[in-house]
Design a protein around this ligand. Sequence first.
Ligand code: ATP
Ligand code: MG
Length: 140
Amino acid sequence: VERTLAMIKPDAVKNGSVDSIVEKIEAAGFVVVARKNQQLSAAQAAEFYAEHEAKPFFGGLTTFMTSGPVVALLLEKPDAIKDWRALMGPTNTEKARAEAPESLRALFGTDGTMNATHGSDSFISAAREAAFWFSGDLIK
Ligand code: ATP
Ligand code: MG
């Protein structure tokens, strides 16, 4: 089995969508191995999204990601990384609604930046992001 790091972003937490999203995650066959509720500081958001530092949307992204609490989830399932990205759908909520109407971003997202969920995009980023949120036996 494989693990990946998911976050429920501040828009979906504020909307009251956390329980609905977790239900869909479990219905899709993922096990929630660990869960943490926390508001990120500006420094933490910049560290988490360091790969996007030079992108034009970086400021908007980190402002959004520090605007309220997020729920970090360590998810386990065969092919967890790929399958979680598929369950989330396209990055942009409008595109998700057009192309993958059952996806989490289509159902719970707001727009191009406020898109309800995050998912690690590779084995290496899953390891880095899991270690950002969790420690000890959880990230062995
Ligand atoms: P995530 O990393 O959150 O799972 P992703 O891998 O689909 O999403 P990335 O390219 O890693 O997309 O972008 C990280 C986040 O930055 C997106 O989820 C979204 O919140 C925001 N973002 C990405 N592209 C844009 C854009 N063009 N305009 C505004 N915000 C964007
Ligand atoms: Mg990404």
